[in-house]
Structures are given as structure tokens and as C-alpha cells.
Design a protein around this ligand. Structure first.
Ligand SMILES: N[C@@H](CCC(=O)N[C@@H](CS)C(=O)NCC(=O)O)C(=O)O
Length: 228
């Protein structure tokens, strides 16, 4: 059975949503980042980047959330746009936009706003600005059409949902509230039974809740270089 290495962070949750939407049988395998599971040799053999998510599907291993979404969509033939060069161009563009822009800028915005050992006004402003700018591009598109690629719900909407459901945490409540079209999509997807099942995965395993010294040591190893 397909193994899904996960925790409840935004990138694994996109894949959890696809797995629940598609009905593919899978075994969720917890990777507790706050306990350092992501750095263990067995897991690094699956994902050399030491992050979640990853999947092992028979002899196929795939890591990076949007790569997994594309792999699973092509495997099942589900949640893809029509098979034309024009639609595929849009699919790849928006999938990569989320992978290389929305995700990384949101991640860094969260880091500097909530976790950095020094509260750096310049860094907080830089990443908040870029995260907000990326979400505003999604919001503008969703002001013109129901889903990211048009009339059909696809893996791009799932990729967007992973991060967009956390905009209050990423951007702050006030700036998140301005993204009304994005919120409409998030609310619609979150109301789907598959999303409820994906979110309920958090109850299947116990993950370390505290962001204490041990968790910071595993998640922010760069801090060791600041010591001394
Ligand atoms: N590009 C990767 C990023 C994965 C990523 O950053 N995952 C985070 C959780 S959302 C993680 O595992 N962080 C653990 C760490 O940095 O130690 C993807 O889209 O899957």
C-alpha cells in the first residue's frame, strides 16, 4: 500500500487532501519534525531534503508536495484540467507558482514573524510583503473564476488550500481578511468531506505540540552556528 510520510504542516496537508479526495488506499506514516524524525537516515533515504511530505508507492518514491500532487493526479487521472497544451501550460505554471512562491515566502514569513530568535523588522516586512503579494495574485484570479484553472476543481486548488487556510497565521488576521476570493475557495474546500478527513489525520498520531528547545534544535539547526 502507498505510504504517506506526513505531519499536519501545510505541505503534507495538500497531499492528504488529494489522497482523501481520490480514495486511493494509503498508510499514513508520522514524521514528527519537532522530535527530529525528518533527519533520521531511513527517512533521508526517502527524502534527501529532510522535509515532509514524501510518498513511497511500490518502487516509486516521490518527495516535494507539488511533485507528489502531479504524480498522483497523473497516476489516477483525477483532478487534472482538460488534456490540451493550453490547459497543461496553466497547470504547470500555477503549480510551480505555488511551489516556488506561495510556499517558500509563506514559510519564511511565518519563521520571521513567529519563530526567529531576533525580531528583525526588515526580514518580517520583506517576507510578509512577498507572501501577501503572492496571495493577492491568487485572490485576483479567484475573483474572475471559481477555481484556479477555471470551472473544475484540480490539484492546483489543493496546493493553494494547503497554505491559504493558514493566511491569518502567515499574514495576520487583518491582511488575511482582505483576501475574500481566496477565503471563498478555502471555505469551499474545507467544507468538503475529504478535507475534513485530511484534517482529522492529526488525531491518528500524537505529534509533539511544544515548540521548545528540543523542537527548535531539530527544526532550526542553523541556530547552532549562532552559539558562542
Ligand atoms: N518544497 C517542499 C517543502 C517541504 C517543507 O518545507 N516541509 C516542512 C513542513 S510544511 C518541513 O518538513 N519542515 C521541517 C524542517 O524544516 O525541519 C514541499 O513542497 O514539499
Amino acid at each position: 500500500m502507498l505510504k504517506f510520510y506526513y505531519n499536519t504542516a501545510p505541505n503534507p496537508m495538500k497531499v492528504a487532501l488529494f489522497l482523501e479526495e481520490s480514495g486511493l488506499p494509503y498508510e499514513p506514516v508520522p514524521i514528527d519534525n519537532r522530535k527530529g524524525d525528518q533527519h533520521k537516515p531511513d527517512y533521508l533515504a526517502i527524502n534527501p531534503n529532510g522535509k515532509v511530505p514524501a510518498i513511497v508507492d511500490g518502487e516509486v518514491t516521490v518527495f516535494d508536495s507539488n511533485a507528489i500532487l502531479l504524480y498522483l493526479a497523473e497516476k489516477t487521472g483525477k483532478f487534472l484540467p482538460e488534456n490540451t497544451p493550453v490547459a497543461r501550460g496553466q497547470l504547470l505554471s500555477w503549480l510551480m507558482f505555488v511551489a516556488t512562491g506561495v510556499g517558500p515566502y509563506s514559510g519564511q514569513a511565518v519563521h520571521f514573524r513567529h519563530h526567529a530568535v531576533e525580531k528583525l523588522r526588515y526580514a518580517i516586512n520583506r517576507y510578509a510583503y512577498e507572501a501577501e503579494r503572492h496571495f493577492a495574485i491568487l485572490d485576483a484570479r479567484l475573483g474572475k473564476q471559481r477555481y484556479m484553472l477555471g470551472d473544475a476543481y484540480t490539484i492546483v486548488d489543493m496546493a493553494v488550500w494547503g497554505w491559504a487556510r493558514l493566511t491569518p497565521f502567515v499574514l495576520g488576521e487583518d491582511d488575511a481578511a482582505k483576501l475574500s476570493n481566496l477565503k471563498r475557495l478555502v471555505d469551499e474546500i474545507s467544507a468538503r468531506p475529504a478535507a475534513a478527513r485530511a484534517i482529522a489525520l492529526k488525531d491518528r498520531h500524537v505529534f509533539k505540540a511544544e515548540m521548545d528547545d528540543e523542537a527548535r534544535r531539530h527544526m532550526f539547526p542553523q541556530n547552532a552556528r549562532l552559539a558562542g
